[in-house]
Design a protein around this ligand. Structure first.
Ligand code: ATP
Ligand code: MG
Length: 247
């Protein structure tokens, strides 16, 4: 039995004009894994997710289910079960929580699938706060609630691969913990997760494996538990202490 990665990048590069923001990155995401990509501001974390999603053009190879993609467009990636929660969240601000969620399932609806009600209820089970606030306008939600709505909306598409761009950004430590615990619980639902984070410790605590990106290149990679104990990681990204204010 061959166990091939669900998603594999080979010498994956992305350029803005003449500047290479992602430089020959190799990365694998196996079925059922949480893989985190961590690194400082400007390392290329958002760029790599946006390019995997087909929103930026890339060179190198992208493999899905052991097949190399010839075309690499957003619609194809959606059809292949990929979903991205971008750093900017992109909620429909003047619409209700429930309508935002329903729109997340629009692609399935258009394909003739009529399981929106059931999916909505399963999202409300994961995020009871969203159920309580289902008629509230998205723009009036707190930062943590907005993040939950953005994740909930992505889940309405029933993705196989969920890519999250800094879900902890701008949230209070207690809410960061809640959001990351929720991300961790999604693995049990059979969703494979590519998690971009600046909160290296928080991300590594819930991840199986991690990649450290520095100026577009993979500087370090390994099992999350090994990275948490790696001296270079501790010196550069994790600092001293076991939990401190960084989870
Ligand atoms: N549209 C763009 N045009 C030109 N350069 C860009 C563009 N978007 C990003 N860059 C550059 O590419 C590099 C990687 O940016 P990216 O946003 O991917 O970093 P990041 O790791 O997500 O950072 P952050 O943690 O701040 O979100 C940076 O040097 C950035 O200035
Ligand atoms: Mg970013």
């Amino acid at each position: 039995m061959s166990r091939q990665p669900l998603l594999k990048l080979e010498k994956f590069s992305v350029a803005y004009g003449s500047v290479r923001a992602i430089d020959e990155v190799c990365l694998e995401l196996n079925e059922g894994e949480i893989v985190t990509v961590i690194g400082p501001n400007g390392a290329g974390k958002s760029t790599i997710l946006n390019a995997i999603m087909g929103m930026l053009s890339s060179s190198g190879e992208t493999w899905l289910d052991g097949k190399m993609l010839v075309k690499h467009s957003v619609s194809q990636m959606v059809a292949n079960g990929l979903c991205l929660v971008p750093e900017t969240r992109e909620l429909f601000g003047s619409m209700s929580v429930q309508d935002n969620l329903i729109l997340g399932g629009f692609y399935r609806f258009r394909k003739g699938m009529r399981d929106q009600e059931e999916n909505l209820n399963s999202i409300f089970k994961i995020f009871p706060q969203l159920k309580e606030r289902r008629n509230q306008i998205a723009d009036t939600l707190s930062g943590g609630e907005r993040q939950m709505l953005a994740i909930g909306r992505a889940l309405m598409a029933k993705p196989r691969i969920l890519m999250l761009d800094e879900p902890s950004l701008g949230l209070a430590p207690k809410i960061v913990y809640e959001v990351l615990q929720t991300v961790s619980s999604l693995r049990a639902r059979g969703i494979s997760i590519l998690l971009v984070e600046q909160n290296a410790r928080g991300a590594l605590k819930i991840a199986d494996r991690g990649y450290v990106l520095e100026t577009g290149k993979v500087a370090l990679e390994g099992l999350a538990k090994d990275l948490l104990n790696d001296q270079k990681m501790i010196d550069t990204y994790l600092g001293l202490g076991n939990s401190s204010n960084n989870l």
